[in-house]
Design a protein around this ligand. Structure first.
Ligand SMILES: Cc1cc2nc3c(=O)[nH]c(=O)nc-3n(C[C@H](O)[C@H](O)[C@H](O)COP(=O)(O)OP(=O)(O)OC[C@H]3O[C@@H](n4cnc5c(N)ncnc54)[C@H](O)[C@@H]3O)c2cc1C
Length: 318
């Protein structure tokens, strides 16, 4: 089948999930084609998207697309899907993908798989259900399909070569009904939804003045920082760091949780992490049941020791 992949830009550059989406598209397409669609101005040379499997790259670069609007982007993606004769549209199951996917499905009269976690078997796509406690298979019976892929579901593969970027002119760019009054940009080095390693703190850290322990370990590991909901509710940490059912869902390779009890609402956002390490003084804390490695101990003692051990390990390797 022909697959159209929506490439989301962050700060003018394709998100890390782009490579994964293109790899997935290449496997899904079989003998069909893979087209990447970029909406907005990019600061990076987009031709490199070809190395992950895009055979064609279309770009709409106009100032009207500077600010995100799910309805406008969804309309343009559905037009591009028709224009390219696609049978599938693929995008990431992140903040913007969650806003766009249903719009494309409705406008393009396609079935929708929200949060696919792997490639389909026939017409059955794997997804997580009940806050990650169960796996389900969504059987898609429509001819056309929109797949929103959960980030970090498959490893990206480089098996193509760079492709020229074509400027594409849609029939119209709908006027956005959203008026942007101000923009506050998250200035963290590693965006949490894309981080491969995450160090996270909960109420057990007692106060914002102790967050240096989390940040030091994160810096040594090259990890992003996260927190439990009460921590952001109290204002110890910014809201964009809150993970869980009502926060961000993440799927890093490594999630280190210090002073977090492991309530079901927290686990819902992190339990698909590949390796979970829990540090908690209470041996009965529910998080230990979901952990791959657990340390029953005081975060104030364990975190600095862990940071030192990683520093030493890196120095020994150098
Ligand atoms: C509708 C709803 C939605 C929710 N959504 C979310 C969500 O998205 N994300 C989320 O996180 N929560 C969410 N919650 C809240 C959730 O139920 C828990 O209350 C919350 O996750 C607990 O946060 P915590 O583990 O940081 O704090 P606590 O429950 O207070 O746990 C602190 C932990 O730290 C340990 N500890 C204490 N001192 C130390 C120390 N020195 N060293 C090591 N460990 C120590 C304790 O043993 C304890 O296990 C939601 C709740 C509801 C009702």
């Amino acid at each position: 089948m022909n697959v159209l992949v929506y490439i989301d830009l962050q700060n003018g550059r394709p998100r890390k999930s782009s490579a994964e989406l293109l790899t997935y598209a290449q496997k899904l397409s079989g003998a069909g084609s893979v087209t990447a669609l970029v909406l907005g101005h990019s600061l990076e040379d987009l031709s490199a998207l070809g190395s992950f499997g895009a055979q064609r790259i279309l770009q709409v670069s106009t100032p009207e697309l500077t600010h995100f609007d799910g309805l406008v982007f969804g309309q343009l993606i559905s037009e591009a899907a028709q224009f390219t004769g696609s049978q599938a549209v693929l995008l990431s199951f992140d903040h913007s993908g969650k806003a766009i996917a249903p719009v494309v499905a409705a406008k393009w009269s396609a079935g929708l798989v929200a949060g696919a976690t792997g490639l389909p078997q026939g017409t059955r796509y794997p997804v997580k259900a009940f806050s990650g406690k169960a796996l389900a298979k969504v059987n898609v019976l429509t001819e056309k399909i929109v797949v929103a892929l959960t980030p970090n579901s498959i490893p990206s593969e480089k098996n193509g070569s760079s492709v020229a970027v074509e400027s594409w002119i849609p029939s119209e760019i709908p006027a956005s009904k959203i008026k942007v009054l101000s923009v506050n940009k998250n200035t963290t080095d590693i965006p949490l939804p894309e981080a491969e390693k995450v160090v996270s703190g909960g109420r057990g850290l007692k106060g914002p003045e102790n967050w240096g322990l989390i940040e030091d370990l994160a810096k040594e590991l090259g990890a992003a920082t996260a927190c439990s909901r009460p921590v952001s509710d109290i204002g110890w940490r910014p809201h964009h760091e809150h993970v869980g059912q009502t926060g961000i869902t993440i799927r890093p390779n490594l999630y280190i949780a210090a002073g977090i009890s492991g309530a079901i609402q927290h686990l819902a956002g992190v339990n698909s992490s590949k390796t979970i390490v829990v540090i908690n003084t209470d041996a009965e804390a529910p998080f230990f049941k979901a952990a791959d490695y657990g340390v029953v101990g005081d975060a104030f003692e364990v975190l600095p020791k862990l940071t030192q051990a990683i520093k030493k390990f890196k120095a020994d390797q150098a």
